[in-house]
Write a protein that binds this ligand. Structure first.
Ligand code: IPE
Ligand code: IPE
Ligand code: MG
Length: 241
């Protein structure tokens, strides 16, 4: 392990780790453009950053990690890019399964089935299934994910009694992140200051950390710095102190 990494790990209070971190992986396209390469090359490099982040968070015994991989609005991109992103996800996931199992990581997709080819969906669900006996860190892949869509699907799935007894506390059981704590920390790379439809319900009290680093350059040190920054925040949840 690099010295700087060790130094930063030593600064983290393991008793006060966030339980759930969400990451809006942004800037792949700009990273590629700066190198005069196609946008898809940026996405490929971005996939490597995912592995680095998973490695360091497993080490820190994080419980839940959510990656925003493809939004419901990302269908608005050119066909080639969309096709490339779908293919990349499937190809990478299948390659990562043995390592994910070795690390005891449980993978699940959160998102809507809308617009996805049923065979494609079945294929990626089958891959995620291969990690379902693992009880270490949970990795949510927010794929074809939209926060508004999640809330609408939740409401549409409720019967009248469920609607009548709905509370801010029990809403969680109808969401794709059912049973999971809300993200304590949301990281967005590439300097954009917005949520872009990510975990809208769940982010009500999330701490937001924005870095100018483009996603393919994001490494273990950046992740550690985000957690250290988080631990300096004063979370008030509307109260005082
Ligand atoms: C994030 O990188 C990946 C996805 C949204 C799928 P972008 O592709 O948005 O990169 P920029 O924002 O164009 O640089
Ligand atoms: C958000 O990034 C979606 C993902 C990271 C998957 P975008 O690049 O799509 O967001 P906008 O369009 O800049 O808001
Ligand atoms: Mg972007």
């Amino acid at each position: 392990m690099k010295n700087k990494e060790k130094e930063l790990i030593a600064q983290i209070d393991l008793e006060r780790m966030p339980r759930h971190i969400g990451i809006i992986m942004d800037g792949n396209g700009r990273w590629a453009s700066k190198r005069l390469r196609p946008r898809l090359f940026g996405h490929q490099e971005g996939a490597k950053a995912i592995r680095r982040v998973v490695e360091i968070t497993v080490e820190l015994k994080l419980e839940y990690l959510t990656f925003y991989a493809f939004s419901t609005e990302n269908w608005n991109r050119p066909d080639d890019e969309v096709k490339g992103l779908l293919k990349l996800l499937k190809d990478r996931l299948i390659k990562e399964i043995p390592e994910l199992n070795k690390q005891n990581i449980y993978v699940q997709f959160i998102g809507t089935k809308d617009r996805l080819d049923p065979q494609y969906l079945a294929d990626i669900e089958k891959m995620a299934e291969m990690t379902h006996d693992n009880d270490g860190m949970t990795v949510n892949i927010a794929f074809n994910y939209g926060g508004r869509q999640e809330i609408i699907e939740a409401v549409k799935g409720m019967n009248p009694e469920e609607i009548a007894s709905l509370t801010p506390e029990n809403m969680n059981r109808y969401l794709w992140t059912k049973g999971q704590p809300d993200p304590d920390l949301i990281i967005r790379t590439s300097g954009e200051h917005r949520l872009s439809n990510f975990l809208l319900w769940q982010s009500a009290y999330s701490e937001i950390y924005i870095t100018d680093v483009l996603w393919p350059d994001f490494g273990k040190i950046d992740m550690l710095e985000a957690i250290i920054d988080f631990q300096k925040r004063n979370r008030r949840f509307g109260g005082l102190k």
